[in-house]
Design a protein around this ligand. Structure first.
Ligand code: ADP
Length: 689
C-alpha cells in the first residue's frame, strides 16, 4: 500500500483557539487510483490533502508511506518525502508568473543533470498539454486554463508517484475543466491522483473512487471503478547530490530569480548604488573634515626616502651635514626642512574656479629635476586653472623658469615639485609668494618681491597698491626679516602682475631671502627608498636624530582632540549603521515577493540549500553594478571642475563594496531564516497576500 492513514488528526491552534481540521481519518491509497475527495466547505478536504502532501504536519494517528511509519520524520525527512513523492496542482495554480512556461517546467527537472535535456523534456511536456505556442511566454500572460495545464505539465515533469490536486478546475470554465480532468486521468496511470473538488459529479466519469468528508471525518468511501493495473515506476527520482551539479542548479536558479523580476532587480541595484554613493560621500566629506587624526605625519606629504635630521637642539654646520650625508650614502641633502615642504596659497582671482593651496615639495628620486624646472601635479578637476597656477610661480620672478604639468585622478590637491637648485637658491622667495605684510597696523597680501636698486636701505616701493597715502608709513613683513621698512612710493601700476609687488634694494632683498648660511637647526637627507632611509638612520652619529618624513607623530593635545572627536566617530558609525539598517529594511521588505516562489520551489522538490543559496547568488548579481558604478561616480567627482575629491582609493573602494555585499547577503540570510521552518501551506498563503 502506497499510503495508509490511521486515525489521522490535524488540530489547528490559532492564538489559543483550537480548531479540528480532520480527526480519526482512516484511509488507504494505492497506485493507479484516481480518488475524488468531496465535501462541504470546512469539512477538512484541504487539510487532508495538506497532510498527505506534507505541506502541513499531523498531530494524531499515523501516516504510513510504503508500509513505514512517518510520525518520527524530521523536517528534513518531510522535505525529502515531498521532493521524491509529491506533485501538487492548486486551484490558484502556484505557477511562477514571472517565468516562462518552459522555465516553470524546468524547475521541476533538477534531477536531470543536463540543462539541454531539461529543455527538451520541458518541450515534450508542453506539447503534451497543448501549450506549444505559449512555451516561451511569461505565465502571467496565460489564461487560467493555460496556467493549470502548465502546472500539470510541471507536475508531470517532476514525475512523482503521488499527484495532489486541490480544486484544480475551481477557476476554470467548462471546456478548460474538461481538458484538465482528461489530462489528470491520463496521468493517473501508474500513479496515485487525489483530487479535492466541490464538483465531484463533474469528475465522476474519470475517477476510480469517491471519498466524502464531513466535519473533519470520512463519511463515505465509495469505489466507482476498479483501477487498471498499470506498471508502476518505483525508481528514486530525487535530484543528484553531486556538488558540482548542485552548484550549477544554484547558479541557474539564482539567474532565473534575477531575471524573473526585472523591476525588483533594477530597484534594488539602484538602491544599493545610492547607498554606496552616500557612504562614499559621507566618508569623503565627514571622514576628512570632522575626524582629525590624533597622529600626523612629520611632513604633510611624507616623501618616500626622506629623513629629517636634527642635532639635539644644536645647529648643524655645513661640514657636519656633508660628513653625515656622505657617511650614510644619502643621495641628496637639503638645508632647512622648512624648505623641503611648504605651502603657497593662491587666492581666487579672475575667472579661476577657486583658491588653491599649493604644496611645494622636493622629491629628488621622483622627478630628478634640474635647475629652475618644476613639475605641477594637479587633479583633473582643476584643469581649467592650470595656467593661472603656473603663472603665479612663473611671473613672480622667484627663479622658476619652466613648469611641466601632470594631471591625475588620484591627486587630492595641487603639488609643485621643485628641483634642488630652485629650492636651495630660491626656496625662501617661492615661499614668500602671497605672503603677508602689515602697513600701519593693516594687514595685506604681497604677491612677490623684487629688486629696485634706486632704493636705500629700509626703503620700499609698492607696485599695484590698493592703499591710499601710505608713503612714509612703516611696514612689517612676515617674510623672514628683522627690519622695519618705510614706504617711499606707491604709485606704480603693472597690468597682469598678479597682485601687490614690493620693491627693495639688492642688499635688503638678500637679507630677506638669504639662505641659511652654513648652518641650521634641521636638514633633510634623501634616500632612494624608505627602506634605505631606515637602515641609514641606524648609523647616525651620537647626538643626531633622524626620522622618516612619513613617520607618524602625536599631535599636541591629542587627548582633547580625541574627546572632541569621539562624538564625531560615533556619529559617523551611527550614520553608517542607519544607512545599513535602512537599506536592509527596504530590501528585507521587497525580497518578500519571492516568498511564494520559494515555497513553490519547495513543492517542486528543489532543496532548501539550493533555493537559499540561489538567493545569495541573486543578491550578488544585484550587487554587481555598484562595483562599476562606484568608481564611475568617483571618476565624475574627480574630474568635475572645482571638486576637490581624488579618485576613490583602493582601501575605501574595498571597504564600501564589502559593506554593500555584506548588506545584501545579510538580507538573503534574513529572508532564508524567516522562511525556514515555515510550512508550505503558510508560505503559499502568506506569499499570496
Ligand atoms: P475544506 O478544504 O473542506 O474547505 P479545510 O480543510 O480548509 O476544509 O478546513 C477544515 C477545518 O479546519 C475548518 O474548520 C477550518 O476552519 C479549519 N482550518 C483550516 N485551516 C486552518 C488554519 N490555518 N487555522 C485554523 N483553522 C483552520
Amino acid at each position: 500500500m502506497l499510503l495508509k492513514l490511521e486515525n489521522i488528526g490535524k488540530i489547528y491552534d490559532s492564538n489559543g483557539i483550537l480548531t479540528i481540521g480532520i480527526r480519526n481519518v482512516n484511509l488507504e491509497f494505492d497506485f493507479n487510483e484516481f480518488v475524488l475527495i468531496e465535501g462541504e466547505s470546512g469539512s477538512g478536504k484541504s487539510t487532508l490533502l495538506n497532510v498527505v502532501g506534507a505541506n502541513d504536519t499531523y498531530e494524531e494517528g499515523e501516516l504510513y508511506f510504503n508500509g513505514s511509519e512517518t510520525s518520527h520524520y524530521s523536517a528534513n525527512d518531510w522535505e525529502r518525502y515531498r521532493e521524491q513523492n509529491i506533485s501538487t496542482v492548486f486551484q490558484d495554480f502556484n505557477i511562477i508568473e514571472n517565468l516562462t512556461v518552459s522555465e516553470n517546467i524546468q524547475l521541476a527537472l533538477f534531477r536531470i543533470d543536463d540543462i539541454k535535456e531539461r529543455k527538451r523534456i520541458a518541450k515534450e511536456l508542453i506539447d503534451k498539454v497543448g501549450l506549444t505556442k505559449q512555451a516561451s511566454q511569461r505565465c502571467s500572460k496565460l489564461s487560467g486554463g493555460e496556467k493549470q495545464r502548465a502546472v500539470i505539465a510541471r507536475a508531470l515533469a517532476k514525475d512523482s508517484p503521488i499527484i495532489l490536486a486541490d480544486e484544480p478546475t475551481g477557476n476554470l470554465d467548462v471546456k478548460s475543466s474538461t481538458e484538465i480532468a482528461k489530462l489528470l486521468k491520463e496521468v493517473s496511470s501508474g500513479k496515485l491522483v487525489i483530487v479535492v473538488t466541490h464538483n465531484a459529479d463533474f469528475f465522476k466519469q474519470y475517477a476510480t473512487r469517491r471519498v466524502r468528508m464531513y466535519d473533519g471525518k470520512v463519511s463515505e468511501d465509495k469505489l466507482i471503478e476498479k483501477p487498471a493495473e498499470a506498471a508502476v515506476k518505483r525508481e528514486n527520482n530525487s535530484a543528484h547530490a553531486d556538488k558540482k551539479q548542485e552548484l550549477k542548479n544554484t547558479v541557474w536558479l539564482g539567474l532565473l530569480n534575477y531575471k524573473s523580476r526585472p523591476r525588483f532587480t533594477v530597484m534594488m541595484s539602484f538602491a544599493l548604488a545610492v547607498c554606496a554613493i552616500a557612504l562614499f560621500i559621507v566618508l569623503n566629506v565627514f571622514g576628512e573634515t570632522l575626524i582629525k587624526p590624533l597622529k600626523t605625519t612629520l611632513d604633510g606629504v611624507g616623501i618616500e626616502g626622506k629623513v629629517i635630521l636634527s642635532n639635539a637642539g644644536a645647529l648643524i654646520t655645513e661640514d657636519e651635514l656633508n660628513g653625515i650625508s656622505e657617511s650614510l650614502g644619502a643621495g641628496y641633502s637639503l638645508w632647512d626642512r622648512e624648505l623641503s615642504e611648504f605651502f603657497v596659497t593662491i587666492p581666487e582671482s579672475g575667472d579661476m574656479l577657486k583658491a588653491y593651496t599649493v604644496t611645494c615639495l622636493y622629491a629628488p628620486y621622483r622627478y630628478a629635476l634640474e635647475g629652475a624646472e618644476a613639475v605641477l601635479v594637479m587633479p583633473v578637476s582643476a584643469a581649467r586653472d592650470e595656467q593661472a597656477i603656473k603663472d603665479t610661480f612663473l611671473r613672480a620672478g622667484v627663479g622658476i623658469t619652466s613648469i611641466r604639468t601632470e594631471k591625475t585622478l588620484s591627486a587630492d590637491g595641487v603639488y609643485l615639485y621643485l628641483g634642488y637648485d630652485a629650492l636651495a637658491n630660491n626656496g625662501k622667495k617661492i615661499q614668500s609668494i602671497y605672503n603677508k605684510m602689515k602697513i600701519d597696523g593693516y594687514e595685506t597680501t604681497v604677491y612677490t618681491f623684487r629688486i629696485n636698486d634706486g632704493l636705500g636701505s629700509g626703503e620700499i616701493n609698492l607696485v599695484n597698491s590698493d592703499f591710499w597715502n601710505v608713503r612714509n608709513k612703516t611696514v612689517v613683513l612676515s617674510a623672514k626679516s628683522n627690519m622695519l621698512y618705510t614706504v617711499i612710493d606707491d604709485s606704480g601700476i603693472e597690468e597682469n602682475a598678479g597682485g601687490l609687488i614690493v620693491e627693495m634694494n639688492a642688499a635688503d632683498y638678500d637679507s630677506v631671502f638669504s639662505e641659511c648660511a652654513g648652518s641650521a637647526n634641521q636638514a633633510c637627507l634623501y634616500f632612494s627608498s624608505d627602506k634605505a632611509a631606515k637602515a641609514a638612520i641606524e648609523g647616525l652619529p651620537e647626538g643626531y636624530m633622524g626620522m622618516l618624513s612619513a613617520s607618524k607623530i602625536y599631535v599636541q593635545g591629542a587627548g582633547e582632540i580625541f574627546t572632541a572627536n569621539i562624538l564625531y566617530y560615533l556619529a559617523l558609525i551611527l550614520v553608517g549603521i542607519c544607512l545599513a539598517v535602512l537599506i536592509s529594511v527596504i530590501f528585507m521588505r521587497s525580497v518578500k515577493i519571492y516568498q511564494t516562489d520559494f515555497t513553490v520551489y519547495r513543492t517542486l522538490g528543489i532543496s532548501r540549500r539550493i533555493s537559499s543559496r540561489s538567493l545569495n547568488i541573486q543578491m550578488a548579481l544585484i550587487f554587481l553594478p555598484t562595483l562599476v558604478l562606484m568608481p564611475l561616480v568617483s571618476l565624475i567627482a574627480a574630474v568635475m571642475p572645482g571638486s576637490t575629491m581624488a579618485f576613490i582609493g583602493i582601501g575605501e573602494y574595498l571597504f564600501i563594496e564589502i559593506m554593500m555585499l555584506l548588506i545584501v547577503e545579510f538580507v538573503a540570510f534574513g529572508f532564508n531564516k524567516s522562511i525556514k521552518g515555515q510550512s508550505v501551506r503558510t508560505g503559499l498563503r502568506r506569499g499570496l497576500k
